[in-house]
Write a protein that binds this ligand. Sequence first.
Ligand code: FAD
Length: 271
Amino acid sequence: MKPAPFAYHRPTTLAEALETLAGESYAKVLAGGQSLVPLLSMRIAAPHALVDINAIPGLDTIEVSEAGVRVGALVRHADLLAHPDVRRVQPLVPEALAHVAHATIRNRGTTVGSIVHADAAAEMPVVLSLLGGSVEAASTAGTRTIPAGDLFLGPLESALRPDEIATSAFFPALPAGAGVAFEEISRRQGDYALAGVAVVVHGESVRAGFVSVSDVPTVVDLTGVPDDELGEAALAHLDPAEDIHATADYRAQLVRTLVRRVVTKAREAAA
Ligand SMILES: Cc1cc2nc3c(=O)[nH]c(=O)nc-3n(C[C@H](O)[C@H](O)[C@H](O)COP(=O)(O)OP(=O)(O)OC[C@H]3O[C@@H](n4cnc5c(N)ncnc54)[C@H](O)[C@@H]3O)c2cc1C
């Protein structure tokens, strides 16, 4: 199908983009287009206008400090994955990014776009949640920081307002002595996961984030849970769904298997 007609804006400053967004009744921000364009083509979304942010300078930077990794709104998954210093500061980011889609999609799709798209089947919303990261949002009214814990409201629904542009996402650094691991199972390499698990182990603390097994990105505290009970403890907080790719029971079994495997790997990484 072809998209419904829309006005197309390509502002060259953030201020102009925010003014344009505020002046439209139903507009969508266009970043990499890897999720939005299919939605337009299938007419699942039919905004009156697109505000393409790709000509705005300064949104494509990756800042790595001892505090963490700040990722601008135009940083493509592939550039974040290839950055030489990100793994040292926060290894869970590249571990999970390696599972995001196929190379051609990673070359164009943005990590910030993936986060605000708020798909519970996507890796980076869960990673941001698990790490306690945040998103910077700008509008004509000013800027605000949205903690990941407040960001994901429902399926494909984030707390970003229609007049806001997410300008960056921040992934806090991994504390000394902590370990991380990420694994997922998908039908083919690069497809969305049938189920995926990210884990951070720090001392006694064990926290896990789950991909594709709930309506929203879900983080579960598994501190103190014996290894042979990790799966059932996690599943008490999850709601695996049945679809054409997997039954709910199969997804639950993937959670049981993956969570034990990933906790073991994260402990080894921490040692
Ligand atoms: C075949 C295929 C397979 C894929 N597989 C995976 C996968 O396995 N895992 C995965 O995580 N992703 C996957 N993706 C999605 C991919 O990661 C996208 O890059 C990502 O979902 C969205 O990033 P984008 O920059 O393309 O956003 P866009 O498509 O441009 O936008 C997506 C949504 O976010 C909004 N948005 C984007 N940026 C901003 C911003 N800065 N401020 C405000 N709103 C914004 C848009 O308005 C839109 O609603 C896949 C995509 C395809 C086509």
